[in-house]
Design a protein around this ligand. Structure first.
Ligand code: FJE
Ligand code: FE
Length: 298
């Protein structure tokens, strides 16, 4: 092993899942990898959906509490609108990092013709942060820092890679990197040894962990075992695109009821009560309906 290599001990691939399409929301399709029955939780990650949605479908008014949603657009556009009047449209390459904290009610609806595609990652918050004030961090594609070298391009959504650091604040320490490798390219990317990490392949064929392992194609999730980083190769003749996501495990109990994720059943019961009564952060839900529900243009 070379002295100066960025990765001394490549993390092995310990599990591989093909995410199959399933219906979700209204007329939307998601390929869910983390969050489905076989892999309910990969601390601190609650869900990873590769979503596909076209009008008139979408994800109309629904709540969240106790975690963050990260929406990263791959194609098309999605308009989001919440119960406090925060509204916007994210397009291909744009990012919305939403800390739901004590409560968000919002809609996420197609904003362009054709199919909107993207990734939505749910990151758990530790008990201390579950009831923080909601917060948005949004970045347009042009503001997401990129670096390229030796056939490897990275877009740094969160964390640090190839000398670039993202300005996104991660309450639960997280890295989220979008890599594209040209044919023949090789990558070594450090990931803190104590973190959980995974790869999700978006396009092409990748060789991960060992240079002679069998290639992995789109829609596959790879859970990485222990080591200090990822090693990947593009041995194919087409571009390879994947995301590498890592996070510091919280090591706390998780009680989930749909879009509410707390530590105990009592907290979930309280959350359901808060949502029904429009209290403790859900006050604005009482009279709010999104444009999509009111039948307006959105
Ligand atoms: C949700 C069902 C849902 N994956 N990917 C139940 F569909 C949703 C939800 C989403 C979602 C939204 C986008 Cl833009 C992308 C998604 C699930 O909105 F939150 C619950 N509870
Ligand atoms: Fe949502």
């Amino acid at each position: 092993m070379s002295y100066n290599s960025a990765v001394q001990e490549a993390r092995p691939v310990v599990r591989k899942f093909l995410a199959r399409p399933q219906p979700e929301g209204v007329g939307a399709i998601v390929r869910r990898s983390i969050g489905r029955f076989e892999l309910k939780y990969f601390d601190p990650f609650l869900a990873l959906d590769e979503f596909s949605v076209s009008a008139p479908g979408g994800f109309p008014d629904h709540p969240h509490r106790g975690f963050e949603t990260v929406t990263y657009m791959l194609q098309g556009a999605v308009t989001h609108e919440d119960f406090k009047g925060h509204k916007g449209t994210i397009k291909e390459g744009d990012l919305q990092w939403m800390t739901a904290g004590r409560g968000i009610v919002h809609s996420e609806m197609p904003a362009a013709q054709g199919t909107q595609r993207g990734l939505q990652l749910w990151i758990n918050l530790c008990s201390r942060n579950k009831m923080v004030e909601p917060r948005y961090q949004e970045m347009m594609s042009k503001d997401i820092a990129e670096a390229a070298k030796d056939g490897v391009k990275v877009r740094v959504i969160a964390g640090e890679a190839m000398g670039i650091t993202s300005p996104v604040y991660t309450r639960t320490p997280t890295m989220f990197l979008d890599f594209t490798l040209k044919p023949g390219a090789h990558l070594q990317q450090p990931v803190p040894a104590s973190w959980n990490a995974f790869v999700y392949v978006l396009e092409g064929e990748g060789t991960f962990s060992h240079s002679r392992s069998s290639p992995v194609t789109a829609h596959n999730l790879l859970l990485l075992g222990s080591g200090d980083g990822l090693e990947a190769w593009n041995k194919s003749s087409k571009p390879l695109r994947f995301v590498l996501v890592g996070g510091e495990p919280l090591g706390e109990p998780v009680v989930q009821f749909g879009p509410f994720v707390m530590n105990t059943q009592e907290e979930i019961d309280q959350t359901i009560e808060d949502f029904e009564n429009c209290t403790n952060g859900f006050e604005s839900a009482r009279h709010w309906r999104s444009a999509s529900i009111r039948g307006l243009d959105y």
